[in-house]
Write a protein that binds this ligand. Structure first.
Ligand SMILES: Nc1ncnc2c1ncn2[C@@H]1O[C@H](COP(=O)(O)OP(=O)(O)OP(=O)(O)O)[C@@H](O)[C@H]1O
Ligand SMILES: [Mg+2]
Length: 157
């Protein structure tokens, strides 16, 4: 397993900096000369649909996992469509022990069976967490703190 084949899971409540953390990680990877791809979970649904017509998903995934770091942001905020669940599983499986994935979620991965079919969730999470660091964010929402301190809001005149 190469240096780039470990995963990262950032989970915790809304507004606690998960996407911010993934953006910073992606930026650092780019600065270190690596390539980075960024998806939301629904982008993965669109990815599956785009390649379904001509059955090119396997080739498209093989191309995609040449990227050093693949980030999937905001899992669990919205219900996961069957296409997105399929895309997420396919990506995790294709990247398994080959490429690094970073995912951010409001749910701990052990709860992914609440948002996607249980068998698919189990197989996905099993691979995702086999070689993974888990970062749990906590505390109050940065958004709420900024909103209540009036940052970036000017008084209405
Ligand atoms: N460490 C930090 N220092 C300063 N600002 C931060 C920090 N972490 C996050 N923020 C800011 O707080 C806001 C919310 O952060 P972010 O979008 O990363 O939260 P999130 O955990 O992804 O939330 P959600 O689950 O709703 O997607 C953003 O404007 C972000 O720039
Ligand atoms: Mg987020």
């Amino acid at each position: 397993m190469g240096r780039a084949a470990g995963n990262l899971c950032v989970c915790g409540p809304s507004g606690t900096g998960k996407s911010h953390f993934c953006e910073a990680l992606g930026q650092a990877a780019v600065e270190a000369g690596m390539t980075v791809a960024w998806f939301t979970i629904e982008d993965l649904g669109a990815f599956v649909r785009r390649h379904r017509a001509d059955d090119s998903i396997t080739r498209a995934l093989a191309r995609l996992i040449r990227t050093d770091l693949i980030i999937v942001d905001d899992i669990g905020l919205l219900p996961v469509s069957p296409d997105a669940a399929e895309g997420f599983y396919r990506l995790v499986d294709a990247a398994y022990e080959r490429r690094s994935l970073a995912v951010s979620s409001n749910l701990h991965p052990s709860g992914f069976d609440e948002i996607m079919p249980k068998t698919l969730a189990t197989a996905t999470v099993d691979r995702l967490l086999h070689h993974a660091h888990i970062v749990v964010t906590q505390g109050d929402s940065y958004r709420l703190a900024q909103a209540t301190s009036g940052k970036r809001v000017s008084p209405l005149t």
